[in-house]
Design a binder for this molecule. Structure first.
Ligand SMILES: [Zn+2]
Length: 240
């Protein structure tokens, strides 16, 4: 298992070059309704998403805060955390929140063979189905690492690729930095907001979350699970 967070140390150039080469393929996937970057811009809803969990400490703290405001979110889980902390996953589902797939071990996807990438996704889906009885359609690549080679595999896979923010992946190793890019000021109707609740000290996220949710609610934006932001793209309003 690769340690999360530090995987891309010293590899930023390779990352940005791969993502740049992958842009046309990602655009094509988005046009085909297979890559989801945001919901409808005319509906005052925002999808909060939390990556890298479940976590033995922070998942329930995040859930408690969301519950306080009646807010819903989607948790992109790492498969081996799911296997270790099935009760946290059940807690997420019991709270009315959604689940997403964030790979089995959070690798840098550029390092994987096509078969290994498919296994990272399928094994996590199977584990989520086993512990929570639900197999999520959403897959978010660790670090947003989408090269043409990675996208070629995803194009043939049933999972719906799910990005965030304004659709441009960024290299984020630290949760605090990821949270900063998603301050409510940069968020509007249909936005997918990326935060982290696992694989590190997410105390900052937990501390900031009440103000983030209150800020959204004050602007009339309802925090919802991805499923409520828009139906899965292939049957979504974009195709209507
Ligand atoms: Zn991640």
């Amino acid at each position: 298992m690769t340690a999360e967070g530090g995987t891309l140390t010293g590899r930023a150039e390779e990352y940005f070059e791969g993502v740049r080469r992958g842009e046309p393929a990602q655009k094509a996937l988005t046009a085909a309704g297979r890559c989801f970057e945001h919901g409808r811009r005319d509906v005052p809803k925002v999808a909060l998403t939390f990556d890298d969990g479940p976590d033995p400490v922070f998942t329930r703290q995040v859930l408690e805060i969301l519950d306080r405001y009646g807010a819903r979110a989607t948790f992109f889980c790492v498969g081996h955390h799911v296997a270790a902390l099935p009760d946290e996953v059940r807690r997420i589902v019991a709270g009315g929140h959604g689940l997403g797939n964030h790979s089995w071990s959070h690798p840098f996807l550029f390092d994987l063979t096509p078969g290994q990438l498919r296994e990272q996704i399928d094994r996590t889906t199977e584990e989520l189905d086993r512990v929570a009885g639900t197999a999520p359609a959403w897959f978010r690549p660790p670090y947003g690492a989408l090269s043409p080679e990675v996208l070629a595999v995803l194009a043939e896979h049933p999972a719906t690729l799910t990005m965030w923010g304004r659709g441009r992946p960024r290299l984020v190793a630290a949760g605090a930095r990821a949270d900063r890019q998603d301050r409510p000021g940069g968020v509007g109707p249909g936005s997918v907001v990326l935060m982290h609740e696992g694989a590190g000290d997410r105390g900052q996220t937990v501390a900031a979350l009440p103000a983030i949710v209150e800020g959204l609610l004050a602007r009339g934006l309802e925090p919802v699970a991805l499923d409520e932001l828009a139906p899965p793209p292939r049957t979504g309003p974009e195709g209507a």
